[in-house]
Design a protein around this ligand. Structure first.
Ligand code: ZN
Length: 228
């Protein structure tokens, strides 16, 4: 079963590399993005509005607003089977994090992607947050714990719900994975950074933070591609 799933996943990955169109506009290009879209993406990231960190319960670093080319890139990553888009976005996040994290009093050791609902992941063939985290870690030097957080129960997709229902839906949705439990038991206290594709209401991140806090793990920050 697992072998079959793996095979399906790599076939999907292979297909996506054979598909040589721009992930945003579909024009032929050997890269993830054509020249125009790449430039627009870089402009959007460069000109992103600075959001004051003091209004946040958590330090959040993003590449910009969920809008324009950045939004289209995320949509292709999530819904058009373009996992390689995560490589570029994760690397930019990694470089940005190195700068932003200088102001943090403590340094996180591990990066934890927000886990997908297992049914979702099976359909998609990958968890986009995990792919982003891989690329993010390669650049930032943080250690990736891909299953540091796990889903403890099936939840309804968040975007179908209002804020209150979102909170309720996510209560108890996350649990700490074995890899993180082991490290936590050894170290006594740990600092982590969470990685996700979009930050909407912050409810997902907060509920993950709650679970981690309960085990004495500090969430020192969050990195997301875009903020809605
Ligand atoms: Zn393009």
């Amino acid at each position: 079963m697992l072998g079959q799933l793996r095979k399906a996943g790599s076939a999907r990955l292979l297909n996506s590399f054979l598909h040589r169109g721009c992930a945003v506009c579909d024009r032929p290009t050997p890269k993830s993005f054509c020249f125009d879209c790449q430039r627009q993406l870089q402009d959007q990231i460069r000109n992103r509005p600075q959001i004051s960190a003091s209004s946040e319960p958590l330090f959040v670093e993003s590449l910009g607003a969920y809008d324009g080319v950045l939004k289209r890139a995320i949509l292709s990553l999530k819904y058009e089977n373009r996992p390689e888009v995560a490589q570029f976005l994760g690397a930019v996040l990694g470089r940005q994090w190195i700068e932003a994290a200088r102001s943090l009093p403590a340094k996180p050791l591990y990066a934890l992607p927000i886990p997908l609902h297992s049914e979702r992941q099976r359909q998609r063939g990958y968890n986009q947050a995990a792919l982003l985290a891989r690329s993010f870690c390669r650049v930032s030097g943080l250690t990736l714990l891909e299953n540091g957080l796990v889903r403890s129960q099936a939840t309804v997709p968040q975007h179908q719900l209002g804020i209150e229902a979102r909170q309720k839906n996510l209560e108890g949705a996350f649990a700490i994975g074995k890899s993180l439990q082991r490290r936590q038991a050894k170290a006594g206290s740990l600092g982590v950074v969470l990685v996700d594709d979009i930050y909407t209401t912050g409810v997902t991140i907060q509920s993950a933070e709650k679970v981690l806090k309960r085990s004495g793990i500090s969430v020192l920050g969050t990195v997301v591609v875009a903020r809605a």
